[in-house]
Design a protein around this ligand. Structure first.
Ligand code: ZN
Length: 475
Protein backbone atom coordinates (compact mmCIF):
# COMPACT_ATOMS: atom_id res chain seq x y z
CA UNK A 1 0.00 0.00 0.00
CA UNK A 2 2.72 2.33 1.07
CA UNK A 3 4.94 1.20 -1.77
CA UNK A 4 2.04 1.40 -4.19
CA UNK A 5 1.20 4.88 -2.98
CA UNK A 6 4.81 5.91 -3.36
CA UNK A 7 4.98 4.56 -6.88
CA UNK A 8 1.68 6.27 -7.69
CA UNK A 9 3.13 9.44 -6.24
CA UNK A 10 6.32 8.89 -8.23
CA UNK A 11 4.53 8.29 -11.49
CA UNK A 12 2.38 11.37 -10.81
CA UNK A 13 5.59 13.32 -10.25
CA UNK A 14 7.08 11.96 -13.45
CA UNK A 15 3.86 12.78 -15.30
CA UNK A 16 3.94 16.29 -13.89
CA UNK A 17 7.60 16.65 -14.82
CA UNK A 18 6.91 15.36 -18.30
CA UNK A 19 3.94 17.67 -18.67
CA UNK A 20 6.13 20.49 -17.41
CA UNK A 21 8.87 19.60 -19.85
CA UNK A 22 6.37 19.32 -22.67
CA UNK A 23 4.68 22.58 -21.85
CA UNK A 24 8.06 24.22 -21.43
CA UNK A 25 8.81 22.96 -24.91
CA UNK A 26 5.37 23.71 -26.30
CA UNK A 27 4.82 27.04 -24.56
CA UNK A 28 6.93 29.22 -26.89
CA UNK A 29 4.87 28.13 -29.90
CA UNK A 30 1.92 29.82 -28.21
CA UNK A 31 2.07 33.27 -29.84
CA UNK A 32 1.29 34.79 -26.44
CA UNK A 33 3.63 32.50 -24.49
CA UNK A 34 6.59 33.74 -22.47
CA UNK A 35 4.95 37.05 -21.61
CA UNK A 36 6.94 37.65 -18.39
CA UNK A 37 10.23 37.35 -20.30
CA UNK A 38 8.91 39.71 -22.97
CA UNK A 39 7.83 42.24 -20.36
CA UNK A 40 11.33 42.16 -18.83
CA UNK A 41 12.98 42.62 -22.23
CA UNK A 42 10.65 45.50 -23.16
CA UNK A 43 11.23 47.17 -19.79
CA UNK A 44 14.99 46.90 -20.22
CA UNK A 45 14.81 48.42 -23.69
CA UNK A 46 12.52 51.32 -22.71
CA UNK A 47 14.65 52.05 -19.64
CA UNK A 48 17.84 52.24 -21.72
CA UNK A 49 17.98 55.92 -22.72
CA UNK A 50 18.84 55.91 -26.42
CA UNK A 51 17.99 59.52 -27.21
CA UNK A 52 20.53 61.74 -28.93
CA UNK A 53 22.98 63.00 -27.66
CA UNK A 54 22.74 61.82 -24.03
CA UNK A 55 21.63 58.23 -24.48
CA UNK A 56 23.26 55.27 -26.18
CA UNK A 57 21.83 53.05 -28.90
CA UNK A 58 24.97 50.95 -28.62
CA UNK A 59 24.09 50.05 -25.04
CA UNK A 60 20.52 49.20 -26.06
CA UNK A 61 21.88 47.08 -28.94
CA UNK A 62 24.25 45.24 -26.60
CA UNK A 63 21.45 44.55 -24.14
CA UNK A 64 19.12 43.17 -26.81
CA UNK A 65 21.99 41.16 -28.27
CA UNK A 66 22.56 39.58 -24.85
CA UNK A 67 19.00 38.19 -24.93
CA UNK A 68 19.66 36.58 -28.31
CA UNK A 69 22.94 35.03 -27.19
CA UNK A 70 21.31 33.76 -24.00
CA UNK A 71 18.66 32.10 -26.18
CA UNK A 72 21.41 30.18 -27.99
CA UNK A 73 22.37 32.22 -31.04
CA UNK A 74 26.05 31.76 -31.86
CA UNK A 75 28.09 34.90 -31.24
CA UNK A 76 28.86 35.17 -34.97
CA UNK A 77 25.15 35.52 -35.75
CA UNK A 78 24.59 38.41 -33.35
CA UNK A 79 26.61 41.54 -34.00
CA UNK A 80 26.66 45.00 -32.51
CA UNK A 81 28.02 47.15 -35.33
CA UNK A 82 29.35 50.58 -34.49
CA UNK A 83 30.98 53.31 -36.54
CA UNK A 84 34.04 54.26 -34.44
CA UNK A 85 33.30 57.94 -35.14
CA UNK A 86 29.83 57.50 -33.57
CA UNK A 87 30.46 55.22 -30.59
CA UNK A 88 26.97 55.60 -29.06
CA UNK A 89 25.03 55.14 -32.30
CA UNK A 90 25.49 51.41 -32.87
CA UNK A 91 23.08 48.87 -34.33
CA UNK A 92 22.28 45.25 -33.54
CA UNK A 93 22.04 42.73 -36.36
CA UNK A 94 21.17 39.06 -36.04
CA UNK A 95 20.34 36.16 -38.31
CA UNK A 96 18.32 32.96 -38.02
CA UNK A 97 19.33 30.89 -41.01
CA UNK A 98 16.65 29.28 -43.17
CA UNK A 99 16.91 25.79 -44.59
CA UNK A 100 16.45 27.00 -48.18
CA UNK A 101 19.35 29.31 -49.02
CA UNK A 102 17.73 30.18 -52.36
CA UNK A 103 14.77 31.91 -50.71
CA UNK A 104 15.39 35.61 -50.05
CA UNK A 105 15.38 36.54 -46.37
CA UNK A 106 12.81 38.55 -44.47
CA UNK A 107 14.27 41.52 -42.62
CA UNK A 108 12.77 42.66 -39.32
CA UNK A 109 13.72 46.31 -39.10
CA UNK A 110 13.11 48.48 -36.06
CA UNK A 111 14.69 51.50 -34.46
CA UNK A 112 16.08 51.72 -31.00
CA UNK A 113 16.78 55.46 -30.89
CA UNK A 114 14.12 57.68 -29.38
CA UNK A 115 13.28 61.38 -29.27
CA UNK A 116 14.79 63.13 -26.24
CA UNK A 117 12.52 63.50 -23.19
CA UNK A 118 12.90 65.84 -20.22
CA UNK A 119 12.03 64.42 -16.81
CA UNK A 120 10.81 67.85 -15.63
CA UNK A 121 8.25 68.05 -18.45
CA UNK A 122 6.80 64.57 -17.96
CA UNK A 123 4.32 63.33 -15.37
CA UNK A 124 6.42 60.19 -14.81
CA UNK A 125 10.11 59.49 -15.41
CA UNK A 126 10.34 58.98 -19.20
CA UNK A 127 13.04 56.33 -18.81
CA UNK A 128 11.22 54.22 -16.23
CA UNK A 129 8.58 51.87 -17.61
CA UNK A 130 5.36 52.57 -15.70
CA UNK A 131 2.24 50.43 -16.08
CA UNK A 132 -0.89 52.34 -15.12
CA UNK A 133 -4.59 52.02 -16.00
CA UNK A 134 -3.96 49.58 -18.82
CA UNK A 135 -1.14 51.58 -20.40
CA UNK A 136 2.63 51.42 -20.46
CA UNK A 137 4.17 54.89 -20.12
CA UNK A 138 7.69 55.87 -21.10
CA UNK A 139 9.73 57.30 -23.98
CA UNK A 140 9.75 54.79 -26.81
CA UNK A 141 6.96 52.62 -25.36
CA UNK A 142 5.26 53.16 -28.70
CA UNK A 143 7.81 54.72 -31.10
CA UNK A 144 9.55 52.40 -31.90
CA UNK A 145 10.63 50.20 -29.01
CA UNK A 146 7.33 48.31 -29.03
CA UNK A 147 8.23 46.86 -32.40
CA UNK A 148 11.94 46.51 -31.60
CA UNK A 149 11.09 44.53 -28.44
CA UNK A 150 8.49 42.39 -30.22
CA UNK A 151 10.96 41.50 -33.00
CA UNK A 152 13.76 40.71 -30.56
CA UNK A 153 11.39 38.60 -28.45
CA UNK A 154 10.23 36.70 -31.56
CA UNK A 155 13.86 35.95 -32.49
CA UNK A 156 14.51 34.76 -28.92
CA UNK A 157 11.46 32.49 -28.99
CA UNK A 158 12.23 31.09 -32.44
CA UNK A 159 15.61 29.96 -31.16
CA UNK A 160 14.31 28.64 -27.85
CA UNK A 161 11.63 26.55 -29.48
CA UNK A 162 14.02 25.22 -32.12
CA UNK A 163 12.08 26.82 -34.97
CA UNK A 164 13.68 25.92 -38.31
CA UNK A 165 12.46 28.44 -40.89
CA UNK A 166 12.69 27.73 -44.60
CA UNK A 167 13.40 31.38 -45.23
CA UNK A 168 16.18 33.20 -43.37
CA UNK A 169 15.06 35.78 -40.80
CA UNK A 170 17.27 38.83 -40.26
CA UNK A 171 16.89 41.32 -37.45
CA UNK A 172 18.26 44.86 -37.49
CA UNK A 173 17.77 47.29 -34.62
CA UNK A 174 19.17 50.60 -35.76
CA UNK A 175 19.86 54.11 -34.54
CA UNK A 176 19.70 57.67 -35.81
CA UNK A 177 16.24 57.87 -37.33
CA UNK A 178 14.80 60.56 -35.08
CA UNK A 179 17.43 63.26 -35.53
CA UNK A 180 19.32 64.45 -38.56
CA UNK A 181 22.31 65.08 -36.28
CA UNK A 182 22.89 61.41 -35.52
CA UNK A 183 24.36 58.82 -37.86
CA UNK A 184 21.56 56.97 -39.62
CA UNK A 185 22.11 53.29 -38.87
CA UNK A 186 20.25 51.91 -41.87
CA UNK A 187 22.08 54.11 -44.32
CA UNK A 188 25.41 53.28 -42.65
CA UNK A 189 24.73 49.51 -42.61
CA UNK A 190 23.74 49.56 -46.29
CA UNK A 191 27.10 51.14 -47.10
CA UNK A 192 29.31 49.19 -44.71
CA UNK A 193 27.59 45.87 -43.95
CA UNK A 194 24.98 45.45 -46.68
CA UNK A 195 24.73 41.69 -46.12
CA UNK A 196 23.15 42.33 -42.71
CA UNK A 197 20.12 43.98 -44.34
CA UNK A 198 19.91 42.24 -47.71
CA UNK A 199 16.46 40.63 -47.95
CA UNK A 200 13.54 39.89 -50.23
CA UNK A 201 11.46 42.34 -48.21
CA UNK A 202 11.45 44.10 -44.87
CA UNK A 203 8.92 44.70 -42.11
CA UNK A 204 9.28 48.14 -40.59
CA UNK A 205 7.49 50.83 -38.59
CA UNK A 206 5.04 53.13 -40.33
CA UNK A 207 2.01 50.85 -40.31
CA UNK A 208 -0.24 49.81 -37.44
CA UNK A 209 -3.85 49.92 -36.44
CA UNK A 210 -6.12 52.74 -35.39
CA UNK A 211 -8.45 52.66 -32.39
CA UNK A 212 -11.44 54.89 -31.80
CA UNK A 213 -11.90 56.95 -28.61
CA UNK A 214 -13.33 53.91 -26.82
CA UNK A 215 -10.37 51.73 -27.80
CA UNK A 216 -12.22 49.77 -30.46
CA UNK A 217 -10.13 48.82 -33.53
CA UNK A 218 -11.15 50.83 -36.61
CA UNK A 219 -8.59 49.83 -39.24
CA UNK A 220 -5.31 48.01 -39.70
CA UNK A 221 -2.83 50.09 -41.68
CA UNK A 222 -0.16 48.65 -43.96
CA UNK A 223 2.35 51.18 -45.22
CA UNK A 224 3.81 50.52 -48.66
CA UNK A 225 6.09 53.31 -49.82
CA UNK A 226 6.97 56.78 -48.64
CA UNK A 227 7.14 60.12 -50.30
CA UNK A 228 10.63 61.51 -50.78
CA UNK A 229 11.60 64.79 -49.08
CA UNK A 230 13.47 67.36 -51.15
CA UNK A 231 14.07 71.09 -50.71
CA UNK A 232 14.77 73.36 -53.68
CA UNK A 233 16.30 76.84 -53.54
CA UNK A 234 14.78 79.43 -55.84
CA UNK A 235 17.08 82.39 -56.48
CA UNK A 236 16.38 85.65 -58.30
CA UNK A 237 19.10 88.25 -58.78
CA UNK A 238 18.86 91.75 -60.26
CA UNK A 239 21.26 94.71 -60.62
CA UNK A 240 19.65 96.57 -57.68
CA UNK A 241 19.99 100.31 -57.21
CA UNK A 242 18.13 103.27 -55.71
CA UNK A 243 14.46 102.53 -55.09
CA UNK A 244 13.49 105.84 -56.74
CA UNK A 245 14.83 104.74 -60.15
CA UNK A 246 12.82 101.78 -61.34
CA UNK A 247 13.47 100.17 -64.71
CA UNK A 248 10.17 98.68 -65.97
CA UNK A 249 9.63 95.17 -64.63
CA UNK A 250 13.16 94.72 -63.26
CA UNK A 251 12.77 93.67 -59.64
CA UNK A 252 14.04 90.47 -58.02
CA UNK A 253 11.25 90.37 -55.42
CA UNK A 254 8.64 90.89 -58.12
CA UNK A 255 10.10 88.06 -60.23
CA UNK A 256 10.23 85.75 -57.25
CA UNK A 257 6.66 86.60 -56.23
CA UNK A 258 5.37 85.81 -59.70
CA UNK A 259 7.33 82.54 -59.85
CA UNK A 260 6.12 81.40 -56.43
CA UNK A 261 2.55 82.32 -57.24
CA UNK A 262 2.73 80.05 -60.28
CA UNK A 263 4.23 77.22 -58.19
CA UNK A 264 1.50 77.71 -55.61
CA UNK A 265 -1.20 77.43 -58.27
CA UNK A 266 0.29 74.38 -59.92
CA UNK A 267 -0.96 70.84 -59.28
CA UNK A 268 1.52 68.12 -60.12
CA UNK A 269 -0.06 65.32 -62.14
CA UNK A 270 -1.71 62.45 -60.29
CA UNK A 271 0.75 59.56 -59.86
CA UNK A 272 -1.10 56.68 -58.25
CA UNK A 273 1.06 54.16 -56.37
CA UNK A 274 -0.32 50.66 -55.66
CA UNK A 275 -0.67 51.54 -51.97
CA UNK A 276 -2.51 54.79 -52.72
CA UNK A 277 -4.93 53.06 -55.04
CA UNK A 278 -5.57 50.34 -52.45
CA UNK A 279 -5.97 52.98 -49.75
CA UNK A 280 -8.75 54.82 -51.56
CA UNK A 281 -10.51 51.59 -52.48
CA UNK A 282 -10.45 50.26 -48.92
CA UNK A 283 -11.28 53.61 -47.27
CA UNK A 284 -14.19 54.57 -49.54
CA UNK A 285 -16.92 53.01 -47.34
CA UNK A 286 -15.67 54.99 -44.32
CA UNK A 287 -16.22 58.39 -45.99
CA UNK A 288 -19.80 58.81 -47.26
CA UNK A 289 -19.24 62.31 -48.71
CA UNK A 290 -16.45 61.23 -51.03
CA UNK A 291 -17.24 57.53 -51.27
CA UNK A 292 -17.96 57.45 -55.02
CA UNK A 293 -14.82 59.35 -56.01
CA UNK A 294 -12.62 57.28 -53.69
CA UNK A 295 -14.10 54.02 -54.94
CA UNK A 296 -13.46 55.15 -58.52
CA UNK A 297 -9.79 55.74 -57.68
CA UNK A 298 -9.65 52.33 -56.00
CA UNK A 299 -11.08 50.64 -59.08
CA UNK A 300 -8.65 52.44 -61.39
CA UNK A 301 -11.48 54.24 -63.23
CA UNK A 302 -11.27 57.70 -61.72
CA UNK A 303 -11.95 60.80 -63.80
CA UNK A 304 -10.25 64.16 -63.38
CA UNK A 305 -13.35 65.26 -61.45
CA UNK A 306 -12.97 62.33 -59.01
CA UNK A 307 -9.35 63.27 -58.34
CA UNK A 308 -10.35 66.90 -57.85
CA UNK A 309 -13.08 65.94 -55.36
CA UNK A 310 -10.73 63.79 -53.29
CA UNK A 311 -7.83 66.29 -53.42
CA UNK A 312 -10.06 69.13 -52.25
CA UNK A 313 -11.59 67.11 -49.41
CA UNK A 314 -8.41 66.41 -47.46
CA UNK A 315 -4.80 67.70 -47.75
CA UNK A 316 -3.41 64.26 -46.88
CA UNK A 317 -5.40 62.70 -49.68
CA UNK A 318 -4.13 65.34 -52.09
CA UNK A 319 -0.58 64.53 -50.92
CA UNK A 320 -1.23 60.82 -51.40
CA UNK A 321 -2.22 61.34 -55.03
CA UNK A 322 0.63 63.47 -56.30
CA UNK A 323 3.97 65.11 -55.69
CA UNK A 324 3.46 68.37 -53.84
CA UNK A 325 5.80 71.38 -53.76
CA UNK A 326 5.11 74.42 -51.64
CA UNK A 327 7.06 77.60 -50.84
CA UNK A 328 8.03 77.47 -47.16
CA UNK A 329 10.64 80.24 -46.61
CA UNK A 330 11.62 83.47 -48.33
CA UNK A 331 14.26 86.11 -47.78
CA UNK A 332 15.45 89.03 -49.84
CA UNK A 333 16.26 92.70 -50.08
CA UNK A 334 18.70 94.68 -47.96
CA UNK A 335 17.12 98.11 -47.33
CA UNK A 336 13.68 99.67 -47.45
CA UNK A 337 14.90 102.29 -49.95
CA UNK A 338 16.88 100.02 -52.27
CA UNK A 339 15.97 97.78 -55.15
CA UNK A 340 16.67 94.18 -54.08
CA UNK A 341 19.77 92.53 -55.53
CA UNK A 342 18.79 89.03 -54.55
CA UNK A 343 15.91 87.01 -53.22
CA UNK A 344 15.93 83.35 -52.27
CA UNK A 345 13.03 81.09 -51.40
CA UNK A 346 12.79 77.52 -50.20
CA UNK A 347 10.33 75.26 -51.95
CA UNK A 348 9.69 72.02 -50.11
CA UNK A 349 8.66 69.03 -52.20
CA UNK A 350 7.28 65.66 -51.16
CA UNK A 351 7.87 63.47 -54.16
CA UNK A 352 5.92 60.34 -55.10
CA UNK A 353 8.32 57.35 -54.96
CA UNK A 354 9.59 56.47 -58.40
CA UNK A 355 9.68 60.06 -59.69
CA UNK A 356 13.17 61.50 -60.04
CA UNK A 357 14.34 64.62 -58.22
CA UNK A 358 15.74 65.88 -61.56
CA UNK A 359 12.34 65.64 -63.24
CA UNK A 360 10.77 67.64 -60.41
CA UNK A 361 13.52 70.27 -60.67
CA UNK A 362 12.92 70.61 -64.41
CA UNK A 363 9.18 70.87 -63.81
CA UNK A 364 9.61 73.55 -61.12
CA UNK A 365 11.84 75.62 -63.37
CA UNK A 366 9.24 75.40 -66.14
CA UNK A 367 6.42 76.36 -63.79
CA UNK A 368 8.46 79.25 -62.35
CA UNK A 369 8.55 80.40 -65.94
CA UNK A 370 11.27 83.04 -65.73
CA UNK A 371 14.91 82.28 -66.54
CA UNK A 372 15.88 84.99 -64.05
CA UNK A 373 14.55 82.72 -61.28
CA UNK A 374 16.85 79.71 -60.98
CA UNK A 375 15.93 76.44 -59.28
CA UNK A 376 18.63 74.39 -57.52
CA UNK A 377 18.64 71.45 -55.13
CA UNK A 378 19.02 72.74 -51.57
CA UNK A 379 20.52 69.44 -50.34
CA UNK A 380 21.89 66.34 -52.01
CA UNK A 381 18.93 64.22 -53.13
CA UNK A 382 17.64 61.33 -51.03
CA UNK A 383 18.13 57.97 -52.69
CA UNK A 384 15.48 57.36 -55.32
CA UNK A 385 13.06 54.60 -54.39
CA UNK A 386 10.10 52.95 -55.99
CA UNK A 387 6.83 52.10 -54.25
CA UNK A 388 6.78 48.49 -53.04
CA UNK A 389 4.14 46.30 -54.67
CA UNK A 390 1.25 44.86 -52.63
CA UNK A 391 1.64 41.26 -53.77
CA UNK A 392 -0.43 38.33 -52.44
CA UNK A 393 2.79 36.89 -50.97
CA UNK A 394 3.01 39.95 -48.73
CA UNK A 395 -0.67 40.64 -48.17
CA UNK A 396 -2.28 37.21 -47.82
CA UNK A 397 -0.67 36.34 -44.44
CA UNK A 398 -1.42 39.83 -43.13
CA UNK A 399 -5.05 39.49 -44.23
CA UNK A 400 -5.47 35.99 -42.80
CA UNK A 401 -3.98 36.84 -39.41
CA UNK A 402 -5.78 40.16 -39.19
CA UNK A 403 -9.12 38.53 -39.98
CA UNK A 404 -8.57 36.04 -37.19
CA UNK A 405 -7.31 38.50 -34.58
CA UNK A 406 -9.45 41.54 -35.47
CA UNK A 407 -12.48 40.21 -37.34
CA UNK A 408 -14.26 42.77 -39.49
CA UNK A 409 -11.51 45.38 -39.16
CA UNK A 410 -10.52 46.55 -42.66
CA UNK A 411 -6.91 46.45 -43.82
CA UNK A 412 -6.00 49.80 -45.30
CA UNK A 413 -2.76 50.02 -47.27
CA UNK A 414 -1.30 53.48 -47.58
CA UNK A 415 1.47 55.53 -49.05
CA UNK A 416 3.13 57.50 -46.28
CA UNK A 417 3.47 61.22 -46.83
CA UNK A 418 6.16 61.28 -44.11
CA UNK A 419 9.41 59.35 -43.93
CA UNK A 420 10.99 56.44 -42.05
CA UNK A 421 14.18 54.47 -42.60
CA UNK A 422 12.19 52.61 -45.26
CA UNK A 423 13.37 55.33 -47.66
CA UNK A 424 16.84 53.79 -47.54
CA UNK A 425 15.82 50.13 -47.75
CA UNK A 426 13.30 50.76 -50.53
CA UNK A 427 15.97 52.64 -52.47
CA UNK A 428 18.37 49.73 -51.91
CA UNK A 429 15.92 47.35 -53.60
CA UNK A 430 14.42 45.89 -50.42
CA UNK A 431 10.65 46.48 -50.65
CA UNK A 432 9.71 47.70 -47.18
CA UNK A 433 6.31 47.41 -45.56
CA UNK A 434 5.04 49.14 -42.45
CA UNK A 435 3.03 46.54 -40.60
CA UNK A 436 2.91 45.93 -36.86
CA UNK A 437 -0.50 44.88 -35.57
CA UNK A 438 0.05 47.53 -32.89
CA UNK A 439 -3.12 49.59 -32.50
CA UNK A 440 -2.94 53.23 -31.39
CA UNK A 441 -5.28 55.71 -29.77
CA UNK A 442 -6.51 58.54 -32.00
CA UNK A 443 -4.58 61.22 -30.09
CA UNK A 444 -1.14 60.00 -31.21
CA UNK A 445 -0.21 58.51 -27.81
CA UNK A 446 2.35 61.21 -26.98
CA UNK A 447 4.77 59.99 -29.64
CA UNK A 448 7.65 62.53 -29.87
CA UNK A 449 5.83 64.50 -27.16
CA UNK A 450 4.92 64.14 -23.51
CA UNK A 451 3.92 61.02 -21.57
CA UNK A 452 4.29 58.64 -24.50
CA UNK A 453 2.23 55.52 -23.96
CA UNK A 454 0.78 52.37 -25.48
CA UNK A 455 -2.10 50.16 -24.42
CA UNK A 456 -0.80 47.00 -22.75
CA UNK A 457 -3.34 44.92 -24.69
CA UNK A 458 -2.23 46.57 -27.97
CA UNK A 459 1.39 45.72 -27.27
CA UNK A 460 0.61 42.10 -26.42
CA UNK A 461 -1.65 41.72 -29.47
CA UNK A 462 0.98 43.27 -31.75
CA UNK A 463 3.65 41.00 -30.30
CA UNK A 464 1.53 37.91 -31.02
CA UNK A 465 0.65 39.19 -34.50
CA UNK A 466 4.27 39.87 -35.50
CA UNK A 467 5.47 36.52 -34.13
CA UNK A 468 2.85 34.72 -36.20
CA UNK A 469 3.37 36.88 -39.29
CA UNK A 470 7.11 36.19 -39.39
CA UNK A 471 6.40 32.47 -39.05
CA UNK A 472 3.80 32.65 -41.82
CA UNK A 473 6.36 34.29 -44.11
CA UNK A 474 9.23 31.99 -43.28
CA UNK A 475 7.81 28.59 -42.25
ZN1 ZN B 1 9.44 58.86 -34.28
Amino acid sequence: MKAARRSAHLSATIAALLAGAMSAHAAPTDPRGGEPAFRALYKELVETDSSWPDGSCTLAAERMGAHLKAAGYPAADVQVLVDPAHPKEGSLTAILRGSDAKLPAVLLLARIDVVAAKRSDWTRDPFTLVEENGYFYGRGTSDDKAMAAAFTDAMVRFRQEGYKPKRTVKLALTCGEETEKALNGVSWLLKNHPETLQAGWALNEGGGGSLDEAGKPVSQGVQAGEKVYQDFTFTATAPGGHSSRQAPHVNAIGWMAEALARVNAYDFPVDLTPAARAYFGASAPLYPNTRAAMAAIGSGKATAADYATVSAANPSWNATLRTTCIPTMISGGHATNAQPQSVTANVNCRIIPGESVESIQTMLAAVAGNPKVTVALADPPQPKSSAPPLTPQIMAPIEALSKEMWPGVPIIPRLSTGATDGRFTNAAGIPTYGVSGLFSDPDGQGVHGLNERIRVTSLMDGRAFLYRLVKAYTG
